[in-house]
Design a protein around this ligand. Sequence first.
Ligand code: GDP
Ligand code: MG
Length: 157
Amino acid sequence: MSHHDERTFVMVKPDGVQRGLIGEIVGRLEDKGLKMVGGKFMQIDEALAHEHYGEHEDKPFFEGLVEFITSGPVFAMVWEGADATRQVRQMMGATDAKEAAPGTIRGDLGNDLGHNVIHGSDHEDEGANEREIALFFDEDELVDWDADAATWVYEDA
Ligand code: GDP
Ligand code: MG
């Protein structure tokens, strides 16, 4: 089932954790048929924040973004599935939760640009998913398992 095994990095941000939305967000990804292969409840330090959001270091919102993402625990995850990176971005909705479409995670659960409850690797940034996975997880923290339901999620599993 090699073409169902794309991995992507997903994170419930500090606002999502504080608001008790971990279960809701995990549930939505499970319901879609994606498979969790790694999960870690953790606190991001300054150095990791700078590395993770390095692409934004010249933006005016960078310091605020680092302060926010280090302000409380996050739930970092790796999810696997066909076209998983793009699938998760579609489910997340637009960056500004005020503008995100109803039905999306940000559209349903958020109301702000900075506080937008979830991070997912950018599918338009080639290799971002693998880079972010490697930044947050050691290979031995990822679990290789077969989800029995996959045969009912994918026609060709
Ligand atoms: P994402 O990939 O959809 O999360 O969006 P980006 O990679 O463009 O930005 C990363 C994160 O920085 C977003 O999720 C927002 O929380 C935050 N962010 C992006 N643009 C702005 C901005 O203009 N102002 C503020 N305050 N935060 C922003
Ligand atoms: Mg991004």
